[in-house]
Design a protein around this ligand. Sequence first.
Ligand code: COA
Length: 246
Amino acid sequence: MGLRANDGIPRGPYRDAPTNARVPTALDRVWRRLGEGPYGRRVSIGLGRDVTVPFATPEARFPVLLRDCRPDDLAALFPRGCDATAERERADVLWRFGKVESGEQPSRCFVAVDARTDRPCHIQWLTEAGCGARIRRAAGFPALEADEAMLENAYTPVGCRGLGVMTAAVGLIADLAASLGKRRVVAFIDEDNVPSLRGAERAGLSRWSVRTRTRYGFGVVRISRFRRLPPIPGRREPGHPEGGFH
Ligand SMILES: CC(C)(COP(=O)(O)OP(=O)(O)OC[C@H]1O[C@@H](n2cnc3c(N)ncnc32)[C@H](O)[C@@H]1OP(=O)(O)O)[C@@H](O)C(=O)NCCC(=O)NCCS
């Protein structure tokens, strides 16, 4: 069944978004596949938070507001001449806008802005249940319940890092998810991404699973496995039903 972009969440700015990302050519795809190598393994930590339970997220070093991403935000987040990581992130943002427009990915893109200047200082996505099977398999997404949403692709420009912006943004997006009727937000973060793990945990998410994505034959075969971490005594567990992942 086809999906409309943003089913269940208010429409974002996608109609006006810069969907002029270069469509990958066959050669691009071949290079990407070759870059994946004959074998690869990526381990991420699954974190979750029950957003119906209030949580006092630490504030950033300057006042931050959350709003939908606008097309003109990208120039501030990824300025001309930015580093390779930022370039990759920008390309990913454009690719995602395309997927949202085509209805394959029910995601909403947010920016956190410096409330004093309206300058964007962080970008992050909130994805709902209903991703296309192809994307879900390729990205190793969990099967989300209707009242769950997944935080994805947090990015803070280098000049704004370490000021608590991601932490504040995760808190604000979690609050917004609650106001949209969600019960739980989840995130999967690479096990070695210390700033991102710390930011998510500071915003009240707790570790509860490990996802291992293995790929064989230049990414032709991809397998994602989810393992639940043992509960920590005395800690409120996110409460995801067993078997919710596939
Ligand atoms: C991950 C990222 C979004 C964090 O953004 P940020 O706005 O700098 O995060 P915060 O300032 O809220 O910091 C979060 C925590 O990480 C810590 N931290 C920040 N940079 C760090 C670093 N280089 N090494 C270790 N810890 C770091 C902060 O001290 C803070 O912990 P604390 O509150 O206990 O002090 C940013 O580093 C980034 O954009 N990285 C590149 C893209 C990326 O990896 N995205 C994540 C994809 S899931």
